[in-house]
Design a protein around this ligand. Structure first.
Ligand code: ATP
Length: 381
């Protein structure tokens, strides 16, 4: 087999459960030291993909390669991977130090070496002095740190993290995102991270793998995924967006919402029907008579940094973000620069999103509700 620079490769992976295709023809290559995030809605197959990499599940079809070696039949503990789950799966009857030492004892490491490693790990996750505490005396955030320390103690080459921050409240989750990223960078190991939180994915990852319905929709850096979504699903899932029908009249010329715009996109057929995405922060408000588009303000919400303004343009509701206040009922003009317009090919997702997309907001609300459950636990963080 030819040599290449990838640490892990998934080739044509398919999995069915009870006759239903859960993963379909999945192809993915991961580099050593990369922070890769699987992002997608509930049930899209993120955890299943992680379990295949971990060796907990054998695919029906396809190959899993680690450093070019076929992993078929290689059990999880021989793959140099370790997993952190959302429920940390710590041993409640053991102390913090005993939890961290667990894998090292199995490896038959010498006692003084174990002690040293435990101290090193405690320092890494900011839990110095906690070694003799029992697990149930710790907050949710502290338990998560112990889980991270335990998983890293055995020096895995790859750490798999399945919604590891899902049980923490928003503030703590943000702090832990920064810490996890720092830990990953300082150790230089590969993290494969599962989340349905787009903001978490954007802020932590080198590479995001956007999934829906058992298929990879797009693989790219956070900026690529945000600025150049391949289809309406990705545009909608990553951030707020206005997705409207358009017609590409020629290279760099697109018509939508009754106006012909200059844009930077090319390579489409003459008068090809396309999906056009414009991010709310990329629309400028101008006096009505100067607007490329005009509309009526139907709602204004103060968001701290900006106002979120909903504008009815010919019956389609646009979301725009502006630091200048507008008032409900105002007639305003909108200006959209060529580089604010992104053109996508029509796909099976075309036309499914209606007015401005608020997918991410729904998810934030959902995850805040979930996080609320553990809020009391985390009071001392
Ligand atoms: P979530 O964010 O909700 O965890 P996910 O993207 O991680 O979702 P998976 O856990 O990979 O999704 O599940 C994908 C689909 O496969 C779901 O419809 C799930 O019900 C189904 N599934 C997963 N494991 C099994 C199993 N062992 N038997 C039958 N169906 C399964």
């Amino acid at each position: 087999m030819e040599n290449n620079k990838y640490l892990i490769e998934l080739k044509n992976i398919s999995v069915s459960f009870d006759g239903e295709k859960i993963l379909e023809n999945l192809n993915l290559s991961i580099k050593d030291g990369e922070f890769v995030t699987f992002l997608g809605p509930s049930g899209c197959g993120k955890t299943t993909t992680l379990r295949i990499i971990a060796g907990f599940l054998q695919p029906d079809e396809g190959e899993v390669l680690f450093e070019n070696k076929d992993m078929r039949g290689v059990p999880s503990h021989k793959r140099q991977v370790n997993t952190i789950f959302q429920r940390y799966a710590l041993f409640p009857h053991l102390t913090v130090a005993e939890n961290i030492a667990f894998g090292l004892k199995i490896k038959k490491m010498k006692k003084p070496d174990i002690k040293k490693k435990v101290q090193e790990m405690l320092a890494l996750v900011n839990l110095k002095g906690f070694e003799n505490r029992m697990i149930d005396s710790l907050s949710g955030g502290q338990q998560q740190r112990v889980a991270i320390a335990r998983a890293l103690a055995v020096d895995p080459k790859v750490l798999l993290l399945d919604e590891p921050l899902g049980a923490l409240d928003l503030k703590l989750r943000k702090d832990m995102q920064v810490e996890l990223k720092k830990i990953q960078q300082s150790l230089g190991i590969t993290f494969i991270y599962v989340t349905h939180d787009q903001e978490e994915a954007l802020s932590m990852s080198d590479t995001i793998v956007v999934m829906d319905a058992g298929k990879i929709q797009q693989i790219g850096s956070p900026t690529d995924i945000y600025n150049e979504p391949v289809n309406a699903f990705v545009a909608d899932f990553i951030g707020e967006s206005n997705i409207v029908d358009g017609v590409m009249h020629a290279d760099n010329v697109v018509e939508f919402s009754g106006h012909v715009f200059d844009c930077l996109d090319k390579g489409f057929g003459k008068d090809e029907a396309v999906d056009v995405v414009v991010r709310p922060e990329d629309v400028d408000v101008v006096p009505k008579e100067k607007g490329m588009l005009t509309g009526t303000v139907t709602a204004v919400t103060f968001k701290g940094v900006h106002y979120e303004i909903i504008v009815d343009i010919g019956g389609f509701l646009w979301m725009i973000q502006s630091t200048d206040i507008q008032h409900v009922g105002d007639e305003i003009g909108l200006e959209i620069e060529p580089d604010a317009i992104h053109i996508m090919k029509k796909s099976k997702y075309s036309g499914t999103f209606g007015d401005f997309s608020s997918y991410s907001e729904e998810f934030d609300e959902l995850s805040d509700v979930n996080a609320g459950v553990s809020r009391e636990d985390d009071g001392d963080e």
